[in-house]
Design a protein around this ligand. Structure first.
Ligand code: ACO
Length: 191
């Protein structure tokens, strides 16, 4: 996704980790114009993600990121667009307290890291960017994908998880979250 400003000036790394402060490295600290541009990038990506998932409204925006304790991993391609760079996609995660049904039908309370939104720009899906971004997040969080929960994973995302991490859905849940085979292993049994 192209923007009428230099993406490399906003995001120095190939993957930037953004949080409530909307700060992507030292360059944007205390610089309102750069922060406004970062907000524009997040808003545009959030809109495109909602459209791709046929959602009535964006679940990712700069203002939502500022008010929630989530983290957004943003992937850029710094060489494209005549060296000004393009935003390739993003992955948003956050901890949620969930009530989940285990294999025995017992409700357990857990607070896993959840994938809340995930989007790679239309023209470059199925090029391995999603995997690069997801692996970056796993390494950054030092987690295996099986211990995470997934908020309404789309068919494309379910296919992605099955292909790259051999994840197959576990017990159907009463909420919108999906957990996969193995999620309940190594968890204390609740009697
Ligand atoms: N149809 C079916 N499966 C797909 C598609 C597609 N159009 N695109 C990607 N996949 C899956 C497949 O398993 C594919 O492997 P294959 O080509 O051998 O079939 C695999 O992803 C490819 O892996 P990557 O290239 O690393 O994935 P990509 O860069 O496309 O990123 C993502 C995956 C984020 C799901 C991307 O396709 C996308 O943005 N889709 C639209 C938005 C979306 O559905 N996001 C998930 C929302 S749910 C949530 O966030 C909790």
């Amino acid at each position: 996704m192209e923007f009428p400003f230099d993406i490399n000036q906003l995001f120095s790394e190939r993957v930037s980790v953004l949080d409530q402060t909307l700060v992507a490295g030292r360059t944007s600290t205390g610089m309102p114009q750069l922060q406004a541009r970062i907000a524009t990038v997040i808003d545009e990506l959030g809109r495109a993600s909602a459209k791709a998932q046929q959602l009535p409204a964006s679940i990712t925006s700069a203002s939502k990121l500022q008010s929630q304790r989530h983290q957004l991993y943003l992937l850029k391609d710094g060489e494209s667009n005549g060296g000004r760079g393009v935003a390739v996609g993003f992955l948003k995660v956050g901890y949620k307290k969930l009530f989940l049904l285990d294999r025995q039908g017992v409700h357990i309370e857990a607070e896993p890291l959840c994938v809340l939104d995930f989007y790679i720009a239309e023209g470059v899906q199925r090029h391995g960017y999603g995997l690069e971004l997801f692996n970056f997040m796993l390494q950054h969080k030092n987690l295996e994908p099986v211990v995470m929960a997934y908020d309404r994973p789309s068919p494309k995302f379910q296919s992605f998880l099955a292909k790259h991490y051999s994840l197959t859905p576990s017990v159907p849940q009463a909420n919108n979250f999906v957990v996969f085979e193995g999620f309940f292993l190594n968890r204390p049994v609740v009697l």
